[in-house]
Write a protein that binds this ligand. Structure first.
Ligand SMILES: NC(=O)c1ccc[n+]([C@@H]2O[C@H](COP(=O)([O-])OP(=O)(O)OC[C@H]3O[C@@H](n4cnc5c(N)ncnc54)[C@H](OP(=O)(O)O)[C@@H]3O)[C@@H](O)[C@H]2O)c1
Length: 272
């Protein structure tokens, strides 16, 4: 049995569908009720409240873990108590490149490494799916706004993250590894908006936000240090943050999906 946290999210949702299609026994954990493929067991649990995880963890073998809740050690203790032997953590590139700003994922990484479990850490860069923040303005008036219009980053497709997770959860040989996961090439926000225009067959105009406008918007749903760290990555990325990693291709045996591929598969979200 594989327990997938974040099962209602971009990565976890795709991972649940993939594992279920392969005939694996899956428990989808979420706080919100949701519908999952036939045969998938749903368990209501909150990573902020480890007592609620017992139902999902008891008798399971492997855990796909998100960074959520204040106490990673309590979550990992509950996993071990339930009999789980392998954990795959979805961390963040920033835990490696900017550990002070990304203290929360960095703390989860430490706890996973110090646990008695066989662990693998996935460190993705920014997700292609962050462009879904443009869905409403593109549907309404075909415009997208973002700061640092011409700074390119190799954003990663959540479907590739799910596919990598599906491999490392089930295959031996990944224990004690930390993988950097990116897309195949750096793409600027301006080019991402243009790729969405291509995907929907209508041009999308791009409005460059000031960093202050972006900060104000991000502070509505992210803690302040993460906002500062994210703005620094978006505006003045380190070489390590712009670099294309070979890890997706090493694990999957094919190149990562491009942003244009993500946009084509998700075009419906941007059409009126
Ligand atoms: N977006 C990026 O660019 C980026 C970059 C690097 C790393 N990441 C990491 O990737 C993670 C997953 O991203 P995503 O796009 O797949 O997720 P998402 O679509 O943003 O959804 C968030 C998921 O987290 C779950 N969740 C949040 N708090 C929880 C809690 N206390 N207990 C249990 N589940 C909880 C939610 O489940 P319910 O609400 O249904 O319970 C939901 O499934 C992020 O949380 C972030 O840590 C993201």
């Amino acid at each position: 049995m594989i327990v997938v946290t974040g099962a209602t999210g971009n990565v976890g949702g795709e991972l649940v569908r993939r594992l279920a299609a392969d005939g694996e026994r899956v428990t989808a954990l979420s706080r919100r009720p949701a519908s999952f493929p036939e045969g998938v067991r749903h368990s209501a649990g909150d990573l902020a409240d480890p007592a609620t995880l017992k139902d999902a963890f008891d008798g399971a073998d492997a855990l796909f873990l998100l960074v959520a809740g204040p106490d990673p050690r309590a979550v990992l203790d509950a996993a071990e108590a339930g009999g789980i032997r392998r954990v795959v953590l979805l961390s963040s590139q920033g835990a490696g490149t900017r550990p002070r700003a990304y203290e929360h994922p960095a703390a989860f990484e430490r706890a996973v490494r110090e646990s008695g479990l066989e662990w693998t850490i996935l460190r993705p860069g920014g997700f292609a799916s962050n462009a879904l923040a443009w869905a409403e303005p593109i549907r309404a008036h075909r415009t997208a706004a973002a700061p640092f219009a011409d700074v390119a980053l190799p954003v990663v497709d959540p479907a590739d993250l799910a596919e990598v997770a599906a491999v490392v959860l089930r295959q031996d040989g990944h224990a004690g590894r930390t993988y950097e996961l990116t897309g195949p090439a750096p793409v600027t926000p301006r080019d991402r908006a243009a790729a969405i225009g291509q995907a929907i067959g209508a041009p999308v105009s791009f409005a460059e936000q000031s960093p202050e406008q972006a900060r104000e918007q991000m502070l509505r749903f992210m803690p302040e240090p993460v906002v500062e760290g994210t703005l620094a990555i978006l505006g003045t990325p380190l070489a390590a943050e712009q670099q294309v990693s070979p890890d997706v291709e090493r694990i999957l045996g094919r190149a990562p999906r491009s942003f244009a591929d993500w946009a084509a598969r998700n075009a419906a979200a941007f059409r009126p």
